[in-house]
Unconditional design. Structure first.
Ligand SMILES: Nc1ncnc2c1ncn2[C@@H]1O[C@H](COP(=O)(O)OP(=O)(O)O)[C@@H](O)[C@H]1O
Ligand SMILES: [Mg+2]
Lengths: 370, 259
């Protein structure tokens, strides 16, 4: 009796048990179900050469912003300004490309337009974060204020300078500028070349059909990969978890809680800017309504990926699964002729609710039901 | 007689018009458990927060190894060797034992912040340090939330010692625990005491616990020291009387029966 200790009461779990209890397990199951059922219902069209390109385009968009949202949520905060930040960044880049740099500094290049915009969005992210940590107000309210503020600012700027809330027919910068090409161009062309050599990827005339996926897929891989390594392997990752779990404990142990939070608000602003730059340089257009509701998609994907609403817990891999699922379902209407596109939102609602319950169970199991 | 590691002289702490501490003095010796006792509101937590660098005293002086010191932040206090284990323990339930153990002081390969964690090494240290003071956790990667209250205390204590605490301040470490876990914590304290180089300030309400482990006592009431002494020198009844804020048991019994 006396040599029995508390530790012995913990049941040792098998490898399989551990795997199914990981936060991303549920997201993986949902993703597999989505892939299989959409493939079947679309007669495989969702996964042909063009289908993969188009699906990855929206998956990468979701993935980029959901990674930012998830990192911030793990640190215990929300950012509802992501969607408006996308609209603002896109407006800013396109406006400079069309009307030149501010203060009459001459014509803009994709390089200067992007970096001036990024400087502004990072400053905005810093401002939102600083207001949140200094005031102690809920980030929900502070970032909600910026949701309205930035969307309004975007529309006003469009009307004042451009007389219209759209810009279209910008020069195709990706043809002439390598910098525009890394946002709006294509990548992984070699895979499509190989597929063509092997006899897939043919159009009706037997020529090569698709030449590559959107460059934003590379951005998604880079951002998600970096986030994964930071979260699971670095000191900063430990600080992010600690900040979201119990910030007083983190602070008492010397974690710079406020700097972590402000930095992550800047990271979500960065993700929104990348999203917008890819969109502008890909389509050579901008629109005041761009990014609308994207903040809510990002949060939903983060939650479905296993991120706790209360912070301190989450998984980048889960967010990848969530982005794949949401992207596929959002696009399904294009491959399944009889499908009503609104089913996407029905799906999101159901999956979100299920995910919140599943996450809550995981949290209770870890904290012993507190 | 050994030098006290920590000496507190005439500490006064006012919160506006309210005097929480009114000239408290205290000597803390290495290898000893110093029990700090007193009723709710006596000023125990205020005193240790002053020692931990959370509050600056209004008047009075703290000495570490005979040298006067002034703590402007918890950082200052911890680098002077004062490790505080708060009532809420300052642990994060959702993250692993190892990540908690090294929180804020992670071992890295590469630059601060984005350097990679040396997880295997940290796992081993966390496991070994906790084993030294009495618990053998099978998996340092398990979430702290899955551990018992006593084990969490041990984690917080092991962490403070590993990062150089010479004075360990335990704020009511047994109060929120069940019987068996309370004993675990007392055992842990005795193991730390046995090392001989660490002083423990043990804050408690529980007179039995204090008598099981304490070498020295200080009793606080209404912000003042109402009694102090070594374990052998204080009578059982005297401890009891001081615990009750200086009132005689007989008087209390009489008061109660008069109702
Ligand atoms: N930050 C503060 N501001 C004002 N009064 C305080 C503050 N902290 C403690 N006090 C008061 O000081 C007294 C002593 O409190 P405390 O040190 O927490 O007592 P104990 O830990 O012995 O129960 C209490 O009356 C409490 O209300
Ligand atoms: Mg107290």
């Amino acid at each position: 009796m006396s040599d029995r200790s508390e530790a012995d009461r913990r049941q040792q779990e098998s490898r399989v048990q551990r795997l199914i209890r990981r936060p991303e397990a549920g997201a993986m199951v949902v993703m597999i179900v989505a892939i299989v059922s959409i493939t079947i219902a679309s007669n495989g069209n969702a996964l042909n050469a063009l289908g993969i390109k188009n699906n990855l385009a929206i998956i990468a968009q979701f993935g980029i912003i959901a990674t930012g949202a998830a990192m911030l949520m793990i640190a215990g905060e929300f950012d509802l300004s992501i969607g408006s930040m996308i609209g603002f960044s896109g407006m800013s880049i396109a406006m400079m490309l069309k009307w030149g740099l501010p203060f009459g500094l001459g014509a803009a290049t994709p390089f200067s337009a992007f970096f001036i915009t990024l400087a502004m969005t990072l400053a905005l992210g810093w401002l939102i974060g600083t207001i949140v940590v200094r005031s102690g107000l809920s980030s929900f309210i502070v970032s909600l204020a910026f949701l309205f503020f930035l969307r309004g600012t975007t529309e006003v700027c469009f009307r004042l300078i451009n007389q219209s809330t759209q810009i279209s027919g910008l020069e195709d910068f990706k043809e002439t500028s390598w910098f525009a090409d890394i946002f709006g161009g294509e990548a992984f062309g070699f895979l499509y070349d190989i597929a063509f050599q092997l006899g897939f990827n043919l159009n009706r005339r037997g020529e090569q059909w698709v030449t590559g996926v959107d460059a934003r897929v590379v951005w998604w891989i880079v951002i998600a990969g970096a986030a994964y390594i930071i979260l699971s392997r670095t000191q900063l990752g430990n600080w992010i978890f600690a900040t979201g779990d119990n910030k007083d404990a983190a602070r008492a142990n010397g974690v710079p809680v406020n700097r972590v939070k402000v930095g992550l608000f800047m990271f979500t602003a960065f993700c929104a800017t990348i999203f917008a730059a890819c969109q502008v340089f890909d389509t050579n257009t901008a629109d005041a309504a761009k990014g609308n509701l994207m903040e809510l998609n990002a949060i939903a994907i983060a939650v479905v990926g296993g991120t706790l609403m209360t912070g301190g817990f989450g998984s980048v891999i889960g967010v990848v699964f969530g982005a794949v699922t949401f992207g596929l379902v959002a696009n399904a209407v294009f491959y399944i002729p009889w499908l009503d596109g609104s089913w996407y939102r029905v799906f999101v609602g159901v999956v979100l609710l299920a995910a919140v319950f599943a996450n809550e169970r995981i949290r209770k199991r870890i904290t012993g039901g507190i | 007689m050994a030098e006290p590691y920590l000496k507190v002289e005439g500490i006064v702490k006012k919160f506006g018009p309210f005097t929480a501490l009114n000239g408290v003095s205290l000597d803390v010796y290495p290898g000893e458990v110093h029990a700090l006792l007193g009723d709710n509101g006596a000023g125990k937590s205020t005193l240790i927060k002053t020692l931990a660098g959370v509050h600056e005293p209004t008047a009075g002086q703290i000495y570490v190894e005979g040298k006067p010191v002034k703590f402007r932040s918890p950082r200052d206090a911890s680098s002077a060797g004062i490790g505080t284990v708060y009532q809420d323990l300052a642990v994060n339930p959702l993250i692993s034992v190892t990540r908690n153990f090294f929180m804020g002081r992670e071992l890295l390969r590469g630059p601060k912040g984005i350097g990679l964690l040396r997880m295997d090494e940290m796992d081993k240290i966390a496991h070994d340090e906790m084993l030294k003071i009495g618990i053998d956790i099978s998996d340092p990667q398990q979430a702290v939330g899955t551990m018992s209250g006593g084990q969490r205390q041990t984690l917080a204590i092991a962490r403070a010692i590993y990062f150089g605490a010479k004075v360990l301040i335990l704020d009511e470490p047994t109060s929120a625990l069940g019987q068996k876990q309370q004993m675990e914590v007392l055992k842990t304290m005795m193991r730390v005491r046995k090392r001989g180089d660490i002083a423990i300030i043990f804050i408690t309400h529980n007179e039995i616990h204090s008598q099981l482990v304490a070498d020295r006592y200080t009793f606080l009431a209404l912000g003042q020291v109402i009694g102090a002494g070594k374990a052998g020198e204080l009578e059982h009844d005297e401890i009891r009387r001081l615990m009750a804020g200086g009132a005689e048991m007989a008087d209390l019994e009489q008061e109660l029966s008069g109702i």
